[in-house]
Design a protein around this ligand. Structure first.
Ligand SMILES: Cc1cc2nc3c(=O)[nH]c(=O)nc-3n(C[C@H](O)[C@H](O)[C@H](O)COP(=O)(O)OP(=O)(O)OC[C@H]3O[C@@H](n4cnc5c(N)ncnc54)[C@H](O)[C@@H]3O)c2cc1C
Length: 492
C-alpha cells in the first residue's frame, strides 16, 4: 500500500485485520498526510483537516476503529459546527448542532427557504441510508454492480432522478433561486467540501454535506491534535499485524511477469529499496500515476487521468495569538466571505486542547487557490505573491476577529509548494476531483483500475474528500480486494 494518510492507514488496517500481509509505505517521517500535525516551538498545528465527521456512535471512524479493536480518539462535538460570516454587515450564521435550533436559525436567516431545506433533507436521508449499505461506485464488474444494487432502495431510485442536478437546480426547483444571501451562504459552505459553488456541486452530494453539522451526525474537535486520529489507526494496523514503513518514498511502479507489482523508491537516508507485492492499493491523487507508472499506464486510462481538471491548491496561515486578543466566546470554526486571496475557513484552538500554551490560541486560516501558478515564476515573484497572500489573509482575520499585526506570536504561510513537499501530492493538489454532477458518484473515478491488482482509494474516489470520506473509500476498496480473493472483512 502507498500513503499513510487516513485513507491508507484505514485500508491497510482493515486488510491486515482480514488476514492479509500488509506493508504500508509512507514518504514522510510521520503518518497523517493532509490530516497530520506539525509543531513550532510551543504550538501544535493541524496541517490541513481541523474538524472531523464520523466520530458519532456508528459513524465511519467510530465504527472502523472499534472493529479494529481501538478506542476512537478523544473528541468533543462542535456546537456550532461553524459560524459563517458573509461580510456584508448581516448577522453571522451559526450552524447549530441541534436540528431544531438549526431549522429556527435558517428560517430566521433565509426566510422562505424551508422548501429547499426539506428537499435537501429528503435527499440526504436517502443518500445516508444508501452510503451505510456499503455500495460500490462506480461499478466496474459484476460483483461491484451487485454491491451497488443491494444498496439501492426505492428512495434512492427517486433521488437518482436528480443525479445530474446541482444544488443550484434544487434552489430553482424549490422556488428559492432568487435569494442572493442564501446563494452566497451555500457557495461558501459547498466550496469547503466539494471545491465547487452551488451551481457546480452535485445535488446528491451537496444535500448530505449541508446536513453534516447536525445530530445525529455532527462535526468533532479532536483533543490534542488531528494526529490522534492517525495514531489510533496506526495502533489498529499494528494490532492487526500490518507494517508501516515511514520515510519510504515510492518512485516507480511496474507490473511483474507473475501478475503482481514491483515498487521501487528511496528509503531512509536516500537508500534505494525494492519491494514486490501481489496487489497494490495506492492512495495518491491520480495525477501522480503517470510519473509513477510510466509506460505501464494504459494509453486510454492515461488520457482519462490527464483529462481531469486540476484540483485546488491551498494557502494556509498557521498563527498563534494571545487568547484575550480574540473576541469573547470565539467559535472554534468560522468562515468568512473574503475577496483577496479568497474566502477563509478559520479554526481556533480551545483552551487546554493541547495546541497552544495556557492563555494563547492557534489560529489556522485556509483558502483554496489555483495550484500551478505557485510553481511558476522566479523566487522573488514567488516571495512577493506569498507576502501578498499573507497580508490578504491577515486583513481577513482583522475583519473577522479583530486581530492586529502586533497580536501575532507566530505566523507562517504554507502555499501549494509547501503542500507538495509535505504530502508529496503533485502541485500540492488537495481535495480530490471536485464534486460536480459530471464527476460525482457513478461518473467519478473508480477504485478498481484497468490495471490488474492495482487499486485506488483516497479523496479522488467515491465519496470524496474529508477524513470520513476517504475512510469510506478505504472500506470500499478493502471489500473489493478481499472479495476478489473470496474473503470478507474480518475473515482470515
Ligand atoms: C487545508 C485543508 C483543510 C482541510 N480541512 C478538512 C477538515 O476540516 N475536515 C476534513 O475531514 N477534511 C479536511 N481536509 C481534507 C482531508 O484532509 C483529506 O481529504 C484527507 O486527509 C485525505 O486523506 P488521504 O489519505 O486520501 O490523502 P493524504 O492525506 O494526502 O495521504 C496520502 C499520503 O501519501 C503519502 N505519499 C504521497 N506520495 C507518496 C509516495 N510517492 N510514496 C509514499 N508515500 C507517499 C503522503 O505523504 C501522505 O501521507 C482538508 C484538507 C486541506 C488540504
Amino acid at each position: 500500500m502507498i500513503g499513510a494518510g487516513i485513507a491508507g492507514l484505514t485500508a491497510a488496517a482493515l486488510l491486515a485485520r482480514a488476514g492479509l500481509k500488509v506493508e504500508l509505505l509512507e514518504a514522510h517521517h510521520q503518518s497523517g498526510g493532509c490530516a497530520g500535525t506539525f509543531r513550532r516551538g510551543p504550538y501544535t498545528f493541524d496541517v490541513g483537516a481541523t474538524q472531523v465527521a464520523g466520530l458519532e456512535p456508528g459513524g465511519i471512524h467510530d465504527r472502523l476503529l472499534r472493529q479494529l479493536g481501538v478506542e476512537p480518539p478523544a473528541a468533543t462535538p462542535l456546537d456550532p459546527g461553524c459560524v459563517v460570516d458573509l461580510a456584508d454587515g448581516s448577522a453571522p450564521i451559526p450552524l447549530w448542532r441541534d436540528p431544531s435550533q438549526w431549522q429556527a436559525e435558517r428560517q430566521r436567516q433565509f426566510p422562505g427557504s424551508e422548501r429547499f431545506w426539506s428537499l435537501c433533507g429528503a435527499i440526504h436521508q436517502a443518500n445516508w441510508g444508501f452510503a451505510g449499505r456499503d455500495p460500490v461506485l462506480p461499478p466496474r464488474n459484476l460483483w461491484d454492480l451487485g454491491q451497488l444494487i443491494q444498496a439501492l432502495r426505492p428512495a434512492n431510485l427517486a433521488s437518482g432522478m436528480l443525479v445530474k442536478a446541482s444544488i443550484a437546480d434544487l434552489l430553482g426547483l424549490s422556488g428559492c433561486g432568487t435569494d442572493p444571501r442564501l446563494r452566497r451562504f451555500l457557495d461558501l459552505q459547498l466550496r469547503l467540501y466539494s471545491q465547487e459553488p452551488a451551481k457546480r456541486t452535485a445535488a446528491l452530494y451537496g444535500a448530505s454535506v449541508l446536513a453534516m453539522a447536525q445530530e445525529p451526525l455532527g462535526l468533532w474537535h479532536l483533543e490534542g491534535s488531528m494526529q490522534t486520529l492517525s495514531t489510533a489507526l496506526e495502533q489498529g494496523l499494528k494490532l492487526a499485524g500490518g507494517t508501516l514503513r515511514l520515510r519510504h518514498r515510492v518512485e516507480r511502479l511496474r507490473p511483474t511477469p507473475g501478475g503482481g507489482w514491483e515498487l521501487g523508491g528511496k528509503g531512509p537516508g536516500g537508500q534505494p529499496f525494492r519491494l514486490d507485492c501481489a496487489e497494490l492499493v495506492c492512495t495518491l491523487p491520480p495525477q501522480a500515476l503517470p510519473a509513477l507508472l510510466g509506460d505501464a499506464l494504459p494509453a486510454g486510462y492515461r488520457r482519462r487521468l490527464e483529462g481531469f481538471e486540476d484540483p485546488s491548491g491551498a494557502l494556509v496561515l498557521y498563527a498563534a495569538v494571545a487568547r484575550d486578543a480574540l473576541p469573547k466566546g470565539c467559535p472554534a470554526h468560522l468562515q468568512l466571505d473574503w475577496g483577496d486571496p479568497g474566502s477563509l475557513f478559520v479554526s481556533v484552538s480551545r483552551e487546554g486542547d493541547g495546541r497552544a500554551p495556557a492563555g494563547e490560541a492557534t489560529v489556522i486560516a485556509s483558502v483554496f487557490t489555483p495550484a500551478r501558478p505557485w510553481f511558476e515564476g522566479d523566487a522573488p515573484a514567488y516571495q512577493a505573491a506569498k507576502q501578498a497572500a499573507l497580508t490578504g489573509i491577515q486583513s481577513g482575520l482583522h475583519n473577522l476577529l479583530g486581530l492586529e499585526p502586533l497580536h501575532y506570536h507566530h505566523a507562517e504561510l504554507a502555499t501549494p509548494r509547501g503542500f507538495a513537499h509535505w504530502t508529496a501530492r503533485p502541485f500540492g493538489f488537495v481535495g480530490g476531483l471536485g464534486q460536480s454532477p459530471s464527476r460525482f458518484g457513478p461518473f467519478g473515478l473508480a477504485s478498481r483500475t484497468p490495471l490488474p491488482g492495482f487499486w485506488l482509494c483516497g479523496d479522488s474516489i467515491y465519496p470524496g474528500e474529508g477524513t470520513a470520506g476517504v475512510s469510506l473509500s478505504a472500506l470500499m476498496v478493502s471489500r473489493q480486494l478481499l472479495a476478489g480473493r473470496g474473503m470478507g472483512l474480518g475473515v482470515a
